[in-house]
Write a protein that binds this ligand. Structure first.
Ligand code: SAH
Length: 239
């Protein structure tokens, strides 16, 4: 874990390249980002239950085309969205013309931003991103630096279980063709205990771990106790 490593040190260009290819259809709720659209109300609600969003300074790390960033802005937050896939960021910026919302999108590594603006944010979201990064611990450490004391970090990722392999890779990528094949690599999925350890190493206190269930057929998503597949975590920076 090295938060002084900046720029290209903690990004897989194979990964951001895959997302750049999806840029054009990012805002199509029936397109390849459909699961993100379907999950969004539940994860927004998870954040809104734990942070007073109106007027809060919120950072969305690995924001993609801005599905969550825009929802946070619509809830009254002052949002910065960062990502390292330039085409995806172009789409995010263009979409603001349709939504009439304001989000400050920047192509910058979270580790670099942490050097630039430590302690700047009331809340940070980092959803469905850690499993695409070479060193997730470095992202978490940078987020910890970026939070104000008392601020909260929200993460979501896939657990490394046979069930998650079945649902996210065999199910979503192969059986249902919901996601492009090769979207996920099983070895990069993160167990909740590993997540908890990285949060503790970064000086954050884990407040909640919740499972995120998703039925791609009904397109319904909801919070569950079971964290075997997709899960959300909330951690606080001690005041
Ligand atoms: N968080 C968004 C998008 C998830 S897709 C949402 O849940 O709606 C994963 C995103 O992480 C992609 O946009 C990809 O470009 C981005 N990403 C991957 N590696 C990254 C890195 N090292 N730094 C910043 N963003 C990264």
């Amino acid at each position: 874990m090295n938060s002084t490593n900046v720029n290209e040190s903690n990004v897989s260009r194979a990964e951001t390249g895959k997302f750049d290819k999806l840029a054009a259809s990012w805002w199509d709720p029936e397109g390849e980002s459909r699961p993100l659209h379907d999950l969004n109300p539940v994860r927004l609600n998870y954040v809104a239950e734990r942070v007073a969003l109106r007027g809060a300074r919120v950072l969305d790390v690995g924001c993609g085309g801005g599905i969550l960033s825009e929802a946070l802005a619509a809830a009254g937050a002052q949002v910065t969205g960062i990502d390292l896939a330039p085409r995806v960021l172009d789409v995010a910026r263009l979409h603001l013309h349709e939504s009439n919302l304001q989000v400050d999108y920047r192509e910058i590594a979270v580790e670099t931003l942490a050097q630039e603006s430590p302690g700047a944010f009331d809340a940070i979201t980092c959803m469905e991103m850690l499993e695409h990064v070479p060193d997730p611990g470095s992202v978490i450490a940078a987020c910890a630096m970026l939070l104000k004391p008392g601020g909260r970090l929200f993460l979501s990722t896939l657990n490394r279980t046979p069930l998650a392999f079945g649902a996210a890779i065999l199910g979503a990528e192969y059986a249902l063709n919901l996601l492009p094949r090769g979207t996920h690599h099983y070895a990069q999925f993160i167990r909740p205990a590993e997540m908890a350890m990285a949060l503790r190493d970064a000086g954050l206190e884990l407040e909640d771990l919740s499972g995120l269930a998703y039925n791609p057929l009904s397109r319904r998503a909801w919070i569950v106790g079971n964290t075997q597949v997709n899960y959300l975590a909330c951690a606080v920076k001690p005041a």
